[in-house]
Design a protein around this ligand. Sequence first.
Ligand code: 4NP
Length: 155
Amino acid sequence: MPVKILMVCLGNICRSPLAEGILESKLPKENFIVDSAGTGSWHVGHAPDKRSIAVAQKNGLCIDGQKGRQFKTSDFDEFDYIYVMDNSNYRDIIHLAKTPEHKSKVNLILNELFPDENVDVPDPYYGAVNGFDNVYQMLNEVAEIIAKKLIEKHS
Ligand code: 4NP
């Protein structure tokens, strides 16, 4: 059975599609499945934001086949690890969790890089273009750590 990892942000068009593509590129496909979802429903069925597609492409990744979807409570059973991009996503998802086991699957992604500091991946949606480069660099750095841990633990 492959290990399943879910990346969560607000819209599922900027940060979590990048997180999905980046982590997926660092894990062997046979053993791991990476997906993403948004806490909101505005972008269900949409492709990632053009600026996320562009920054991914600049770094050699293609994420334009992804389709936005909303987080659902069955994701708690479906996935082994749920990484959220910011503190607001964390509160929204924890609020939906019904059991301690479900809660324990949810972690703020940058806590893998800066333990216990509860740092947000900033939402680049309304910001400047280099916001996306910034987000890419952060996610690439943390995904390297996560991939290493997952491969060690599950291989
Ligand atoms: P994301 O960014 O959570 O990184 O996908 C956002 C994209 C769209 C919206 C909010 C955040 N929105 O309100 O439409």
